[in-house]
Structure formats: C-alpha cells, structure tokens
Design a protein around this ligand. Structure first.
Ligand SMILES: [Zn+2]
Length: 129
C-alpha cells in the first residue's frame, strides 16, 4: 500500500486522512454528529485541500466523510486537516506528518446536550448548566 494515494490531479483525498470508526458506538455517535452545525459532511473522495478551505470559512470542527452509499466512513478533525494542508489550502507533502495523522483516532468528546461529537471539552455551544 503506497504511503500517499492521490487522485488524477495529484490531490490528497479525505479518505487517506480520516479515521474509520471501528466500534459500533463510534459509528452511532458520528451518525448523530452529522446533524451538528459544526460538522461538515463530505464524500470521502473529496480532496483535502479544497475541503480545508470550506471548513476554514465555516467554523467547522469535524469533517465527517461518507461513502458512495451515504454511510459514515470516517472522521477527521479540522485541526488535523489544517496541520496537514496548511491554512492556505495548499497540501504540504510532509510525509512524517501524513504518517502521524493518517487514519488516527481523534480525541472526541460526546456532547450529551447537543447529541454530537466534538473536539471541545466541554462543548462551547452547549456548556454544562
Ligand atoms: Zn454541543
């Protein structure tokens, strides 16, 4: 398996970076997270650079990838995406960074109030009462 798979245009795809949920609980939570305003749901074959631009403009916290059947296939934090592609959306081909981020399980917190995963602990949209 090549370290970095690219599409015909030489782009790095979200499916190369996203973590695929391994446990039913993770999958279930990501399904619910799809409805959250700060989650961006994108086909997994979308390119990482283009997605980072959209995410940066919309205060997105999590990228949720879906497969051709519209099922959740992975999750990627915007923090990780930005580390990899850079703020200008130009993918920096840093093999070390890629190896670290690629497919790693993000540290997610479950927001019970809003019924979504988030990288924030606690969620700033739904702070504990
Ligand atoms: Zn919340």
């Amino acid at each position: 398996m090549p370290l970095m798979r690219k599409d015909g245009d030489g782009n790095i795809l979200l499916s190369d970076l996203a973590y695929s949920p391994e446990m039913p609980k993770e999958n279930e939570r990501l399904q619910m997270t799809r409805a959250w305003a700060r989650a961006l749901v994108v086909p997994e074959h979308f390119d990482a650079g283009g997605t980072s631009k959209v995410a940066g403009l919309n205060e997105i916290d999590l990228i949720i990838t879906v497969d051709a059947a519209d099922q959740v296939s992975g999750v990627l934090t915007v923090g990780d995406l930005m580390q990899f592609v850079g703020k200008d959306g130009v993918p920096s081909v840093d093999r070390d960074k890629f190896a670290i981020i690629r497919g790693r399980r993000p540290k997610l917190h479950w927001c019970e109030e809003g019924k979504h995963d988030t990288t924030e602990d606690p969620c700033s949209q739904h702070p504990p009462k």
